[in-house]
Design a protein around this ligand. Sequence first.
Ligand code: HEC
Length: 382
Amino acid sequence: MKSIATKFLLPVLVLAAIFMAVDVYRDYRDTKREAAELVDRQAAMALAFDLAIRSYVAEEIRPAVERLVAPGEFCPETMSTSFVARSIFDKVHEDFPDYIIKFSSDDPRNPNNQAGPDELRMIQFFNDRPDTKKWSGEIDLDGRPHIAHFNARRMKERCLRCHGDPADAPASLVERYGPAAGFHRPVGEVVALDTVAIPMSKIEAGIRTGSRRHAISMGVACALLVILIAVVFRFVVARRLAMMRTHFERIAGQPDASTMQPAEVRGDDEISALTRSFNTMVGKVRDAYASLEQRVRDQTADLRKANEGLQREVHDRTRAEEVSQQASDEARTSAERATRAAEDMERLNSAMMGREERVLEMKEEVNTLLAELGRARKYEHV
Ligand code: HEC
């Protein structure tokens, strides 16, 4: 038998577990989304810095320096947007070693700018979509998840001075970087990516640790809640029900309903109402038992009375039977006596008849004798 507490607490426990799981999962998901948004904003800002530096160099510094130096002279530290941007990023990189901030190219002059396989794929991606200039999102770089912002760099006419034919390029440039890399790039082709990528692994690890802590504290809170509910349930419901059950069982074990006792009523809730109803029922059962006893007594009395009447009747009938038996016995005796009397009468009668005949014979004899004597007949009509 499962106790009511188990039946009640099991769903509570399951609900608490579901609630906890949902809460922890939602918290993890929301934190991750917020972190991703934040990181995305960071990457976007870094890229904006990158582009701003480049355009500042191209629009402000380079023309200013060109005015100062001899025509055709090239000083990358001040005139190459890529050089300036990369140099600044190299410094930033010291503080953010796991961040990727670079100008990745498939054919770089500076080997530091060599695009990795994932960046090469992105270059291909932009080459396949001539109208697409930017892409941002989650991407695996060097096998690790990153939030990245890419800005496609396409070769333009004005770039050809330094990226077209090496013969057109400033001599100092060719001297410094050589005549091979970064030249003969076709106009319109994506030659590089402004790349800002922030790794998510550390952030995700932090989020997971936070989530674990959250899960532990939620688990403890849920466990405490369930324990609290269990304790309250025990005192408010289970214990009182057990008391009532003991009371019921005690009453059920009693053979006599008249000794049934009402249960103790505490508080004013459903169980108290149930106990009160039970007490009302006990009262009614006791009344019913009492009236039943009375009826049994009455009926027993009636039965006794009826029994006595019956016995009397049986007695009377037995008497009557005896009387009638006697009467019939007497009648039989009378009949026998009558028969005997009749027989006696018969005998007497026949005796009498013989005597009559004898008298007649004797009278005849007398008459005959008288006639012989000649005398008159003494008896007439013989
Ligand atoms: C005045 C010369 C000059 C001009 C004009 C120029 N670049 Fe460059 N570019 C350079 C130099 C020098 C570097 C190498 C920088 C370094 O050391 O990081 C370079 C690097 C690059 C790189 C990085 C890959 C690599 O080769 O290291 C790309 C991509 C690039 N330039 C594209 C462009 C584009 C696109 C334009 C036109 C909008 C342009 N460049 C205009 C001189 C120039």
